[in-house]
Design a protein around this ligand. Sequence first.
Ligand SMILES: [Zn+2]
Ligand SMILES: [Zn+2]
Length: 205
Amino acid sequence: MVMSVNEAFDIAEQKRARRKAKKRAAHKKWKAANKEKEAARMKDYYNNNKEACDARHKAWCDANPEKAKACKRAAHKAWCDANPEKAKACKRAAYKKWKAANPDYHKAYHAELRKIIFEHYDNKCSCPTCKSGPNIELEIDHIIPFAEGLHKHAPRSGHSLWLYIIKNECWNDFQILCKACNTRKHWNGGTCNCGVHSGKSKLLL
Ligand SMILES: [Zn+2]
Ligand SMILES: [Zn+2]
């Protein structure tokens, strides 16, 4: 049987493709076995062709914005994981800068959180004898003290503690107390006793 020109061409083409694939596989194997050499080679290549490489990279990023974003995020995460202390400082600095640039937003956010928390607890001291509120200073109190384990790792106070309660929905493990009851509870080993010692009317508010 005589082969047509097209058939001969196809066969030659297939052979070329197979050779190419073989070469690629061999190169891949070599790369895997010689990671350091390959990295050095790539670095050399980059240093000698910086402009072209950067332009190619930029073109690829422009053409694949989603992938480029994911790529950057992954690289950022890897760096943060490798430099936890620096990453922490970096985050703190960024937050500080943001806070300074958005004072109103921060204030509003703070007020919003405060409202959610204090309204949940009726804006009143939870001590059954006292029940003062709403226009007094109220504090978040751990029904079971930190030291006894529950919510041991919760933030100690303020804004972060409010967020913690909202996120973890652990409303029943906390309460709000007025400053006087909270202090009394602290000094009386967990009970306020304000009705016993000072009487309702003499509450120090
Ligand atoms: Zn009270
Ligand atoms: Zn009390």
